[in-house]
Design a protein around this ligand. Structure first.
Ligand SMILES: Nc1ncnc2c1ncn2[C@@H]1O[C@H](COP(=O)(O)OP(=O)(O)OP(=O)(O)O)[C@@H](O)[C@H]1O
Length: 333
């Protein structure tokens, strides 16, 4: 069952333009001119109940603008949105009782207050019965391991501790959907993993539908079953992660630093960069055995360091975007 339905959604911002210099400033005051920014351009998609969906795209692609329209913060220029059967612009208050939001870079907790005070304030805003609220807070304290943080002013929490409290706060009222905008941004690997496990548990145990934006390929691979990729305000791909992985995440990049300058014959190696004592090689794991490539590279000279990495998600996205525009590119570089 679809609980989010977006149809031909558009959002255009009108921004004032200004010529350079004093003359330009004066002209923009007395006879302003405007230009349109098409932030979201005719996108349509649906989200099923209980899904964890990745909504991804490069900076400025239109992700936040779309989420703001879905949560009723911004009004669409045209098109339709239904979230849990409600129109977010016209029924914003009603919708706020049923959804939660976490914006990784913006806090919904009061900065100078301990989380417990924010939780109690939010409980009053959501009109949660006192006994039920206490029970819910006790439950969240345990699951999110935030017991000792509840009395510490938010400004004194580490980023990872704050995000745990943010997510707990966003599900205080047991929303059916949560919108997570970059929930793991700036977190170290261990804390990121911890947050991902909490998100999975939330989805599994409370059946919460999760609409996630992230620039982190790990978040998307580990959490989501489907991804919608947007660029320049348009949907360029709406595909299962399994297929996305099979088609695009099968490339690994080996960066190798030698103790001395090395010579290399291209052969079947896809060399991205070769400086005297360093090499960057891309391996398509669906066609080549990564161990064999490594063996070949190690034989070239005395090795100081090796790093194997996934191509950055941005690269995959821009590759998909180019492919969608140009109708087929064979190699992602
Ligand atoms: N209030 C606004 N007024 C004018 N232009 C805006 C406004 N908000 C967003 N934009 C523009 O709309 C486009 C889409 O921005 P949006 O913030 O939705 O992108 P995003 O995909 O969330 O990017 P990021 O990953 O950097 O957060 C950008 O060109 C941005 O400059």
């Amino acid at each position: 069952m679809s609980i989010i339905k977006v149809g031909n959604l558009c959002k255009t911002f009108k921004v004032k333009t200004k010529d350079e210099g004093l003359k330009g400033s004066l002209r923009s005051i007395f006879s302003p001119s405007f230009r349109d920014i098409q932030a979201v351009n005719n996108i349509s998609f649906e989200v099923e109940k209980g899904e964890i969906l990745a909504f991804i795209g490069p900076n400025g692609a239109g992700k936040s603008t779309t989420i703001k329209m879905m949560t009723g913060i911004l009004q669409p220029s045209s098109g339709t949105i239904q979230v849990l059967g409600l129109d977010p612009t016209k029924q914003r208050k009603e919708l706020s009782y049923k959804i939660g939001t976490v914006f990784g870079q913006k806090s919904q907790l009061w900065f100078h207050l301990p989380p417990l005070d924010s939780f109690n304030l939010l409980g009053s805003i959501y009109e949660i019965d006192k006994v039920k609220l206490k029970k819910r807070i006790d439950f969240l304290k345990e699951v999110f391991e935030i017991e000792e943080l509840m009395d510490v002013p938010v400004r004194k929490l580490s980023l990872g501790q704050r995000i745990r409290c943010e997510i707990a706060a966003s599900i205080l009222h047991e929303p059916e959907i949560i919108f997570l905008d970059e929930p793991t941004i700036g977190l170290d690997v261990v804390v990121k993993q911890n947050i991902r496990e909490l998100i999975l548990r939330l989805n599994r145990e409370e059946k919460t539908t999760i609409f996630l934006t992230s620039h982190d390929a790990g978040d998307i691979e580990q959490l989501c079953k489907r991804a919608i990729i947007i660029n320049h305000g348009e949907v360029v791909l709406n595909e299962s992660i399994k297929k996305l992985k099979h088609d695009y995440l099968n490339k690994k990049v080996i960066s190798i630093k030698y103790n001395e300058p090395v010579n290399v014959e291209k052969g079947d190696l896809n060399i991205l960069k070769h400086k005297a004592d360093s090499l960057k090689v891309q391996v398509d794991t669906s066609k080549q055995d990564i161990e064999e490539v490594l063996e070949k590279l190690i034989k070239l000279g005395k090795v100081d360091d090796i790093v194997i990495s996934d191509p950055p998600l941005e690269e995959i996205i821009s590759f998909i975007y180019r492919q969608s525009k140009e109708g087929g590119i064979d190699e992602m570089v």
